[in-house]
Design a binder for this molecule. Sequence first.
Ligand code: NAP
Length: 282
Amino acid sequence: MANRTRAACVVGWPIKHSRSPIIHGHWIRQHRLDAAYRREEVLPEAFPDFMAHLSERGYVGANVTIPHKEMALALSEPDDRARAVGAANTLWYVSGRLNSTNTDVEGFTANLDAAVPGWPNRVKEAVVLGAGGSARAVIYGLIERDVRKINVVNRTIERGEMLRARFGQTVQPAHGSALPHLLARADLLVNTTSLGMTGQPPLAIDLGPLPRHAIVADLVYAPLQTPLLREAQARGHAIADGLGMLLYQAVRGFQLWFGIRPEVTPELRAVVEADLTSKIME
Ligand code: NAP
């Protein structure tokens, strides 16, 4: 009898630190599905061939992570989000063709929805720190939710200017020296740099000028509570953390591959937190 187990995978290089198998494995067990989710370590030069034969390898779809997200876009039929962000992280078949999207966009906004319900009503102006791949997903999500002005502060100002060219005048690139002035007007501050991550330099930022009603979000999830979020919480700001975004970005792929829309629950969070904590202790 044919193997009826539906399988998806996460493709990257290296791949062993990916948390996606823990997240999808939890949902597969919770829903008692005859399904599997595996890690696939694939070198960049082997990636096009791997994706061309994804279905023959027994997969109904895949997540794609560093360094393949841009290549995945070129090898699939991207939706508006993936095209706008310039990277695809979730792929699935429609009538035999590989479609793709970028779920970091909804991961970011759904996590904010959960952490601070109604946030779009109170966020007119945002400050985004960083101008890399995750900044593009965050900016696209903020524009989708009608944020009118997004000030992008990045070490390399040219990358901020590229974001203005990509997303239009809603995006205003700025130098770090403008930060105190921009923070004073901000309703939302988002760190999309890797600063503050375990093993990286700290994010040196003075939250003093930030109005008390402003929301603070950090994409970094190792450590679980970054110094930025700890300070923001101590000052009374509403916060949204990187782990929440990681969990919410996984929802859509699971639904597309396995037909059930899973929930981000405290149990799931605890499972992934335990893994992250054990890895940090290693
Ligand atoms: P990326 O494309 O490599 O961009 C990195 C950004 O950080 C750039 O803006 C870079 O500035 C800045 N940066 C790096 N080192 C710096 C330093 N020493 N001083 C000042 N700026 C520095 O990376 P990414 O994909 O956007 O990811 C960024 C972070 O977000 C990572 O920690 C990643 O784990 C996290 N992330 C989390 C999620 C989630 O689901 N929670 C999703 C995606 C990413 P330059 O342009 O000047 O180089």
